[in-house]
Design a protein around this ligand. Structure first.
Ligand code: TXA
Ligand code: MG
Length: 334
């Protein structure tokens, strides 16, 4: 079995391998250990959500501030209801429409949910993931699994098992390798403990949500600016290499290159006439495909020893909201 530090990497890309790995992973989780697993969005770093000491280990492994609450993953609606003190009609409608899937609902919690999960707050975030490996793991353990993205705090979320190992190798007991995650960026988070409110744009877009619950309040100031959310810092989801996101990415990349910097240009515009020596990463021009490719592109470029990553900012507009949010968070302040 391949090992990285004390981390066991288990391939779960076939039914047979999944069948072998599940009992191992479930035993680790029941004993209070950490298992990273693929979801349809990004890889999660899972622990038994009802075991405060196990969830503490997630925070230690990630270097995550205790003020940032984590999402609890469950296998079905009934299991979510057991963790919350109220289940309003909006939750019912959203769960019926989008679960399993990349939508996280924030609701009043019950006492059985440990403080470390909610960062001491009165609400808990829950979702039923759509990935077959995540669902199989949830069913095998029968436990609700607290799982933030499986990266060091403030860094890029992982979309492959290799990304997880690079960031958390030796700090997690098991990594289940289910191949690249299909979604590429994180779930949409909405607070339904009161009138529905968007906390984090994500894979499910706002028009789809509004079609179910009507107008969504937004904590957002302007498009592309980070949203205020409990424990969520503006700088987040960031590569190590300083990153700028600007409308005219080609001009900016050329300027920095001319000044002697090693530069990459990430662009969906099919730019021609990029100066030779500028590393180019062509991105899809369609928002969902762009989202799927974004973190993988930034993870790759982060390994190239560049001085700067310049991203050509996609246009304003609802369909680009989640991508622009992540780029704003990835950008270096100043
Ligand atoms: O797609 C995803 O959501 C992935 C996969 C693994 O499920 N998870 C993920 O978790 O992105 P994380 O911890 O990286 O982000 C969780 C977000 C944070 O912005 C956190 O502040 C917010 O959800 N959150 C969690 N619990 C909350 C609560 N009770 N109230 C408000 N926001 C909450
Ligand atoms: Mg995260």
């Amino acid at each position: 079995m391949p090992e990285t530090g004390s981390t066991r990497l288990l391939d779960v890309r076939t039914e047979v391998d999944l069948g072998c790995a599940l009992p191992v992973a479930a035993a680790v989780l029941r004993a209070g250990g950490l298992v990273a697993f693929p979801t349809e969005t990004v890889y999660g770093l899972g622990a038994n959500a009802l075991d405060a000491a196990a969830v503490d280990r997630i925070f230690a492994a990630k270097g995550r501030p205790a003020t940032n609450p984590v999402i609890v993953h469950v296998s079905e609606v009934e299991q979510a209801k057991a963790l919350v003190a109220a289940w309003p009609a909006a939750a019912d409608e959203l769960a019926a429409r989008f679960w399993p899937g990349p939508l996280t609902l924030v609701l009043p919690r019950v006492k059985a949910v440990p403080d470390v999960v909610t960062a001491g707050g009165p609400t808990v975030a829950v979702r039923v993931p759509a990935h077959p490996v995540a669902l199989a793991l949830l069913r095998q353990t029968g436990l609700p699994l607290a799982a933030p993205s499986a990266n060091r705090s403030m860094r890029l979320s992982p979309t492959t098992a290799e990304h997880v190992l690079r960031d958390l190798g030796g700090r997690v007991d098991v990594v289940l390798d289910g191949g690249p995650t299909p979604g590429g960026i994180e779930s949409t988070v909405i607070d339904v403990s009161g009138p529905p409110r968007l906390l984090r744009p994500g894979l499910i877009d706002v028009p789809a949500l509004e079609a179910v619950v009507g107008p969504l309040a937004r904590a957002m100031v302007t498009d592309g600016q980070p949203l205020p959310s409990p424990g969520l810092m503006a700088r987040h989801y960031a590569p190590r290499t300083p990153l700028e996101a600007v409308a005219d990415g080609l001009r900016r990349a050329a300027e920095l290159h001319a000044a002697g910097l090693r530069v990459a240009l990430v662009s969906h515009l099919g730019d021609v006439s990029v100066p030779s020596g500028v590393v180019v990463r062509a991105m899809p021009a369609e928002p969902a495909a762009y989202a799927r490719a974004l973190y993988a592109a930034l993870h790759d470029l982060d390994r190239e020893n560049l001085d700067r990553i310049v991203v050509a900012l996609p246009p304003a507009g609802e369909e680009w909201l989640a991508v622009r949010d992540r780029l704003a968070r990835a950008a270096t302040p100043g």
